[in-house]
Design a protein around this ligand. Structure first.
Ligand SMILES: Nc1ncnc2c1ncn2[C@@H]1O[C@H](COP(=O)(O)OP(=O)(O)OP(=O)(O)O)[C@@H](O)[C@H]1O
Ligand SMILES: CC(=O)N[C@H]1[C@@H]2OC[C@@H](O2)[C@@H](O)[C@@H]1O[C@H](C)C(=O)O
Length: 366
């Protein structure tokens, strides 16, 4: 099948759109990828909606959040249209879209997780059957609702020697461990770039620490680092997941801009090392995807703390910026086929679970 996957990550940098050909099982062929950046105004609106949603007891219609959801849907429709144009394909040639939406609040402890964006509206606007709301069924069944990428990581790495781990360094980091016996263990490890982005924006006005330059100029403050690691999340057994706002830059306040960046980058690396302690067996290789793989200081610190050299997945011929979007295309096909997308070892559900809600377009694209 031809499937488009759409992801808007916790960094709020934009929509990632990927086109793949897949059977939702062993066969995966990436075809096209593009990003659709949010304007500064859009980012500010989404950030405000996220802050507001986190204060809610449960998801509910609210004018600010509905306006943000509309913005999300419209930007994703645009991303689909541009991706189709790039690939020289028509809507009628695409079997399904996997539309993750934007997480505005993630509260598995309260049995809900909230991704905004309207699946039916996207199906109607594009003329393509659309799978959305990938996480809710898992959370309702008592799972964490995240991470969901492991099923795609397992498909991508099928030919590689195990045990092997794939680390996604987005706003939040998640790791997938695959054992030689086919075992799958995954969980969120801690913030990856989210805190660094917040710090750099507050201190310098820049969006992120490009190539880790600020961190490279600073010194890690061990007292702050130790205090940040003294958090119950890290000792907690897997499966476990995070909301982007579960950690803050507060402990680093008072440090210089460079020392703060160095310390927060070291925090990410140290939390990856903590995650290794929870894996069933030490992985032989550590593959890295997501924006953090562009940060050499982060990769060096991860290498020092884990003793493994992180290998950007691009070296295997994959596009490390596209993996998440591709994963939701893959999961959409699995949803069409009634195949599970989450597992006891990945989200803590009692048994492998299907997920995602299918929306048929009012009129199918030609
Ligand atoms: N050249 C670079 N140098 C340093 N950091 C970078 C670079 N390029 C990207 N990043 C970091 O990667 C982040 C974006 O990563 P990514 O797109 O994987 O996150 P996301 O998908 O939004 O998050 P999540 O996976 O948590 O949903 C940026 O916010 C930035 O911090
Ligand atoms: C609730 C939510 O949106 N979680 C995201 C977030 O970003 C990274 C990490 O936290 C991961 O658990 C998840 O996304 C990836 C795509 C996943 O589900 O695998």
């Amino acid at each position: 099948m031809l499937a488009i996957g759409l992801m808007s990550g916790t960094s709020l940098d934009g929509v990632d759109a990927a086109l793949i050909e897949t059977d939702g099982e062993g066969a995966v062929r990436p075809i096209a990828f593009r990003g659709e950046a949010y304007s500064d105004a859009a980012r500010a609106q989404l950030a405000a909606a996220t802050e507001l949603a986190l204060t809610f007891e449960r998801p509910r219609a609210n004018p600010e959040v509905l306006a943000a959801a509309d913005l999300i849907t419209r930007t994703h429709v645009l991303a689909v249209q541009k991706l189709l144009r790039d690939a020289g394909l028509r809507a009628g040639e695409i079997d399904v879209v996997g539309f993750h939406g934007q997480t505005v609040a993630h509260r598995p402890d309260r049995r809900w997780t909230w991704q905004i964006g309207n699946g039916q509206a996207l199906a109607d606007a594009t003329g393509i059957p659309t799978v959305a709301d990938f996480r809710s069924a898992d959370v309702a069944a008592g799972g964490q609702g995240a991470p969901l990428l492991p099923v795609y990581h397992a498909a991508l790495t099928a030919g590689l020697e195990r045990p092997l781990a794939v680390l996604n360094l987005g706003g939040v980091a998640n790791i997938t461990w695959m054992g030689s016996d086919g075992g799958l263990v995954a969980f969120d490890t801690g913030p990856a770039n989210g805190l660094i982005d917040s710090w750099v924006e507050a201190e310098t006005g820049a969006r992120f620490d490009a190539d880790g330059a600020l961190a490279a100029a600073g010194r890690v403050d061990d007292t702050v680092l130790t205090a940040m690691l003294d958090h119950p999340f890290f000792a907690q057994p897997a499966p476990k997941s995070l909301d982007r706002n579960d950690f803050t830059i507060q402990p680093a306040r008072g440090l210089s801009a460079a020392d703060g960046a160095a310390t927060l980058t070291a925090f990410t690396a140290a939390t990856v090392a903590e995650a290794f302690l929870l894996l069933p067996e030490r992985p032989q290789r550590l593959l890295v995807a997501g924006g953090g793989r562009h940060n050499p200081v982060m990769l060096r610190m991860i290498s020092e703390k884990t003793g493994l050299t992180p290998e950007p997945v691009d070296g295997l011929g994959w596009n490390g910026d596209a993996i998440e979007a591709e994963g939701f295309a893959y999961m959409a096909v699995r949803t069409l086929k009634g195949l599970p997308i989450s597992f006891p070892g990945t989200t803590g559900v009692p048994e492998p679970m299907t997920g995602g809600v299918l929306h048929q377009p009012q009129s199918r694209g030609e």
